[in-house]
Design a protein around this ligand. Structure first.
Ligand SMILES: CC(C)(COP(=O)(O)OP(=O)(O)OC[C@H]1O[C@@H](n2cnc3c(N)ncnc32)[C@H](O)[C@@H]1OP(=O)(O)O)[C@@H](O)C(=O)NCCC(=O)NCCS
Length: 230
């Protein structure tokens, strides 16, 4: 298993993971070709980056970041504007979809008013069979290292308030709640985190806890004692 920078060669598998993992999201509703093109643009832009975890050519998970969402939108429109327009042409017949496109386009201006960091974790998905093994935590930490190298000291992330696993992940990775916003009609939490390296003790303690989890003390139960004797 290895963690590598996200490139255009990952775009198709990343799109498939995005559509499976964020299946109720608006972007997913735009279809495989659109989402693949979007991740190609993210991998190519100098305003964004990401990491992928691969095992024998299979993508187990990925994370995508932008250093500056406004600049990313502009670079994507310049690079892929016509392609996106063609891909979306047949999909935007309903008023609700057009409204959601407009909301997506206005999102950078709305979030800017909240005075949060310009850098943003755009999406993170781990394939369902690899969840709960620490891969997402590893990807966020690897991305924070990259943020530090780029001089980005703070990042934000937006997540549906009801998405318990993702909220827990971000809190575990040092994100703290900075506000709330409605995104496509969904109440969403805005988190911010410092990308500074965590104190050495924190990681040592965490590894020690994983290796030697605390033994649960058995509460005294006369029935259990009887069963043991029997
Ligand atoms: C959110 C997601 C990326 C987490 O990936 P993961 O690799 O399972 O996360 P980790 O194993 O690193 O776990 C990190 C923390 O998240 C929490 N967590 C993970 N899965 C959880 C679950 N199903 N329920 C509750 N908490 C959970 C745990 O607190 C864990 O910390 P711990 O290991 O100290 O207990 C994954 O569930 C996923 O891909 N979900 C679908 C896509 C999505 O919602 N993405 C976020 C929005 S962009």
């Amino acid at each position: 298993m290895q963690t590598v920078p996200l490139t255009t060669k990952h775009a198709h598998q990343v799109a498939a993971l995005h559509i499976q993992g964020i299946n109720r999201g608006f972007i997913s509703s735009l279809g495989m070709n659109f989402v693949t093109s979007l991740y190609e643009a993210i991998a190519q832009s100098s305003c964004s980056f990401g990491f992928a975890v691969e095992e024998r050519g299979r993508l187990l998970g990925y994370v995508a970041f932008t250093n500056n969402l406004n600049k990313l939108y502009k670079s994507v429109v310049v690079r892929k504007g016509w392609r996106f327009a063609l891909l979306l042409a047949g999909k935007l017949f309903s008023f609700s979809k057009l409204k959601r496109v407009l909301e997506t386009l206005l999102y950078p201006a709305r979030i800017k008013k909240k005075s949060t960091p310009a850098a943003e974790l755009l999406s993170i998905v781990i394939g369902s069979e690899s969840r709960g093994t620490g891969l997402a935590t590893q990807l966020v930490r690897r991305s924070f290292e990259h943020c530090r190298a780029l001089g980005l000291d703070k990042v934000r992330v937006l997540v549906a308030a009801e998405n318990a696993p993702a909220n827990k992940l971000y809190q575990k990775c040092g994100f703290t709640l900075a506000g709330q916003i409605e995104n496509h009609g969904v109440a969403s939490n805005i988190y911010e985190a410092s990308t500074a390296e965590p104190a050495a003790g924190t990681i040592v303690e965490e590894v020690a806890l994983r290796l030697h989890p605390p033994v649960k003390k058995e509460s005294y139960s006369p029935k259990r004692q009887l069963n043991r004797v029997a």
